[in-house]
Design a protein. Structure first.
Length: 166
C-alpha cells in the first residue's frame, strides 16, 4: 500500500503539471528567473499570503494539499523503518521529504527546459509539517497502547512456524 501511495505522490507532485492558464505558456528556462519571479526563498511568505487570501479559489486546497501530500509517510515510515521512530530520525525524514519534493520539481522543470512550477520553500515547510502530523498520529496511537500494526508484517503466503506469535 505504501508503494501505491508513493507512486501516487510522484504523479501528483512531480508529473501532474497543469499549465498556469490556458493563455499563458510555460516560462522558458532562464537562470536569472530561478529565484526572482518563480521562486520564494523566504520562509512563511507564501503561507502568510495564502492565509490572508483563503476566500480565493484554490488557496485553501493548495495549503491543505501540501500538508496532506506526505502525511501518510509520517505514519508509514515509523512502522516500516524503525530508525525513523527516534526524534532525530523523524526530524531528518521531515526535512528530507519536504525538500526532496521541491528539488525534484525543479529538476523536472530544468530537464523540460521550462519553468512550469514555482520553487517555494513554504511548500517544503508544509510538506514537512504533513510528515510531522502523520508521525504525531503514529506516536499518539503507540502512546495510547493501540499500535497501528500488531505483530510482524508478512506476506500472506508465508506459513507460520510452530510457536510463532503475531
Amino acid at each position: 500500500m505504501t508503494l501505491v501511495y508513493t507512486i501516487l505522490v510522484i504523479d501528483l507532485a512531480l508529473l501532474d503539471t497543469p499549465p498556469r492558464s490556458s493563455f499563458e505558456p510555460a516560462t522558458p528556462w532562464d537562470p536569472s528567473l530561478l529565484c526572482t519571479q518563480l521562486c520564494n526563498a523566504v520562509p512563511m511568505r507564501t503561507i502568510a499570503m495564502q492565509l490572508r487570501q483563503l476566500e480565493q479559489p484554490g488557496v485553501a486546497w493548495q495549503l491543505v494539499g501540501n500538508l496532506a501530500l506526505l502525511l501518510p509517510f509520517g505514519i508509514a515510515l515509523p512502522i516500516l523503518w524503525p530508525a525513523v521512530r527516534r526524534p532525530l530520525g523523524i526530524v531528518v525524514t521531515i526535512v528530507a521529504l519536504g525538500v526532496a519534493v521541491e528539488a525534484a520539481q525543479l529538476l523536472i522543470d530544468l530537464a523540460a527546459g521550462a519553468m512550469v512550477r514555482s520553487l517555494d520553500v513554504d511548500d517544503a515547510i508544509l510538506n514537512g509539517a504533513g510528515v510531522a502530523i502523520g508521525y504525531a498520529i503514529w506516536w499518539l496511537g503507540r502512546w495510547l497502547g493501540k499500535p497501528l500494526v500488531v505483530g510482524a508484517v508478512r506476506p500472506p503466503s508465508v506459513p507460520r512456524r510452530a510457536g510463532d506469535q503475531g
